[in-house]
Design a protein around this ligand. Structure first.
Ligand code: IVH
Length: 678
């Protein structure tokens, strides 16, 4: 097992244990900050290593959602959950149980959508929202009133001339619409923040933000599906829902009274298909006995009402034909098999390809040429091959065999001991490994040289101009202009990126080198521990493994990398080209150059993430603020600063500084530059 996997496993176990201590025993042994840091570390590792995805990882569940920083409130009536069913037969059993328990008295069922968000209980007094509380552990939850108030579809004040009770509670689901979810994840990807796995996690995470302005920006929505109180207007659930709608609440249009098991079946059949067109995520349907008197008679088990049941939709699954399996060579030589599929529509997107990850997975699924494959997309984003429809197998078709030679350069592949991955050993001559390394080197998380994508990297390599990453620094305008379809503008853009890359911090230079197993997190740790490249290059496995989070495997990989003369010469050339080969403590650490300054960060940045800039501001004595006011000293603005902010800054006459100007002020470390920004 490799070290990253081991680290992921240890973190998962540790987080599970701490979760139990906190939520079940109510006796945490580590601070919330330590817990959050570990969770963030795990999220990051899982994002960097998607092959270790596990639906049972602590990152994949919301759990009980109590957070220390919100006031805890005990629910007047516990917030119970519903029993789940997965087939029409089980729903029929529920229907018959209700029928028997009511002694054959007539009854109606209300069919509803089961919204897949995070549940909320909201109290109204005299028509005004007074408190909104999360489900928490069902008995007590977090007071998130300020955040809920930002949700436009939840009324703060009920509509005029309505006959609502003086005091009542509504329950419902807070949701992040698919559209908002997609654009939020795009933005997070850009800002190098971990992505949300599904709209449910995104809604729950958003509701727990400390900053309501950010909550408002995320445009949550809500459907309400339950009215509670002593003086309800009607004696049945359906009419109460309709009354709620009248008072100003968002109640789903899908709600329907069903009079027979036949109606129930039709409702299921209809929504199984139609839900795909809804703007929000749903994971099933809910069936509730309509009459409140009958609900009372049926009562509750320890955990669930007997008068309601949830029917869960099957994860969206399609069957499609395997057209071919291609084998792709990554920048570190790992071969990834990819299933090329006959295009199929799944949860709103067309799926044409799905990773098969490694040889073991192909063998376990027993995939043959031309098989019909089941592709699934649960609440997650990435489609997954979950099985084969054996009945449709072409007689005599052969099982997919893994390639023995590199599809790009023909080298004989090697299987790394104890691992499922096959690797092409031809590190310095295998084209996709080289172009992959070039692409990685110039990437936004690494040296951030704009203008070199996959195609240009291939062009640079094919033309012989760039055979390794150090050659990038021998490029000039004329060489670039000699390439096909290259204009002055694109050449200039690349040359600018190259010039600016000389300021990229040491940790990102380490990351940019493509040393196997050295991702962003590991690169940071190494940079922090070694401080400069010469120290790093001379370290042995033992010394390297002594660094926090660096296990034997990573240490070995680093030692192997620097043992190769070509790599040492690349490092020398990069050093001569002026790249940062040591940490620049002064850049981010301990000055008071910004003391007394209140700074607002806005827009999208290239050199550092927003969070890094926040830390740099603090480390240099400044204060971060979320909103522009007369107290703002200056705005650190990236690209796409919002027009409203720009307007306000101009009105108040507040200086706007771009990231290069900001970094040069910080790097100069001279307080005299400060007047520019005061
Ligand atoms: S009724 C006592 N109706 O599903 C019953 N719940 O496991 C109260 N949910 O925690 C719940 N859509 O978060 C009800 N139309 C709906 C629902 C719904 C989603 C969620 C809710 C609840 C969970 C039940």
């Amino acid at each position: 097992m490799d070290n990253i996997k081991q680290l992921i496993d240890e973190l998962r176990q540790e987080l599970n244990e701490n979760n139990y201590k906190y939520y079940v025993l109510n006796a945490p042994t580590i601070s919330d900050k330590e817990f959050d840091d570990k969770m963030a570390q795990l999220e990051r590792l899982e994002k960097e290593n998607p092959q270790y995805y596990d639906p049972y990882s602590p990152t994949q569940r919301v759990g009980s959602d109590i957070t220390k920083s919100f006031k805890q409130v005990t629910h007047n009536r516990p917030m119970l959950s519903l029993a789940n069913t997965y087939s029409v037969a089980e729903v029929t059993e529920f229907f018959n149980r209700v029928k028997n328990a009511l002694g054959d008295e007539p009854f109606q069922i209300v069919g509803e959508m089961k919204f897949d968000g995070t549940s909320i209980s909201i109290t109204y007094e005299n028509g005004r929202m007074t408190q909104a509380v999360t489900r928490g552990d069902g008995l007590k939850g977090d007071d998130v009133t300020d955040n809920v108030k930002t949700i436009r579809s939840i009324p703060l004040q009920l509509r005029q001339n309505c006959n609502y009770p003086q005091h009542f509670e509504v329950r419902g689901e807070i949701l992040m619409p698919w559209k908002v979810f997609d654009s939020l994840n795009k933005e997070r990807e850009y800002n190098e923040e971990p992505l949300f796995a599904n709209p449910r996690n995104a809604a729950a995470g958003t509701l727990k933000l400390q900053n309501s302005t950010e909550v408002a920006r995320r445009k949550l929505d809500a459907y309400l599906y339950y009215l509670l109180g002593d003086n309800l207007p009607f004696d049945n659930h359906y009419d109460n829902l309709m009354a709620m709608k009248d008072w100003g609440f968002k109640v789903s249009e899908a709600v329907k009274v069903l009079n027979s098991i036949n109606d129930v079946e039709n409702f299921i059949a209809y929504w199984d298909k139609e839900r795909k067109h809804l703007p929000v995520a749903t994971d099933g349907l809910v069936f509730k006995v309509n009459s409140l008197r009958q609900q009372l008679n049926l009562g509750y088990t320890a955990k669930n009402p007997r008068w309601a049941i949830a029917y869960k939709f099957q994860a969206e699954r399609e069957c499609t034909k395997l057209q071919s399996v291609s084998f792709e060579v990554g920048r570190t030589g790992v071969i990834t098999p990819v299933a090329n599929l006959e295009p199929v529509l799944l949860s709103g997107t067309i799926v044409k390809r799905a990773s098969l990850h490694n040889e073991d997975i192909i063998r376990n699924l027993d995939i043959h040429d031309g098989d019909m494959l089941y592709v699934e997309k649960g609440g997650e984003i990435i489609p997954k091959i979950v099985g084969v429809n054996i009945e449709k197998r072409i007689p005599g078709s052969s099982p997919i065999s893994f390639v023995s030679h590199c599809p790009a350069c023909g080298a004989l592949l090697r299987r790394v001991d104890g691992e499922a991955a096959w690797v092409c050993p031809n590190k310095y001559n295998c084209p996709p490994q080289i172009t992959g390394k070039i692409e990685h080197f110039v990437g936004r998380h690494a040296m951030n040289i704009d203008g070199i994508g996959e195609e240009v990297a291939e062009q640079l390599f094919a033309s012989g101009l760039v055979k390794n990453i150090a050659d990038i620094y021998d490029l000039d305008i004329n060489k670039l202009l000699s390439l096909d379809r290259f204009g002055l503008k694109s050449a200039q853009r690349i040359m600018n990126g190259i010039a600016e890359s000389r300021n990229i911090p040491f940790e990102r230079v380490i990351f940019a080198l493509s040393i196997p197993f050295v991702g962003e997190t590991v690169a940071k740790k190494i940079a922090f521990a070694t401080k400069d490249i010469d120290t790093l290059m001379d370290m042995n496995v033992e010394q390297l493994s002594a660094i926090e989070e660096i296990g034997n495997k990573i240490a070995q990989s680093i030692v192997e990398y620097f043992a190769i003369p070509e790599n040492r010469s690349i490092i020398e050339r990069l050093r001569n080209a002026g790249l940062q080969m040591h940490t620049n403590e002064d850049a981010t650490n301990m000055s008071d150059i910004l003391s007394g300054k209140t700074i607002v960060i806005s827009g999208i940045f290239n050199h550092h993430s927003r969070d890094e800039y926040k830390k740099i501001i603090e480390a240099n004595g400044g204060k971060n603020s979320g909103s522009i006011s007369s107290k703002t000293s200056f705005i650190l603005a990236g690209e796409n600063m919002g027009p409203a902010k720009l307007d306000k800054a101009n009105k108040l006459g507040i200086k706007i500084i771009n990231e290069e100007q900001f970094l040069s002020i910080i790097n100069s470390g001279i307080a005299d530059t400060a007047p520019q920004i005061s």
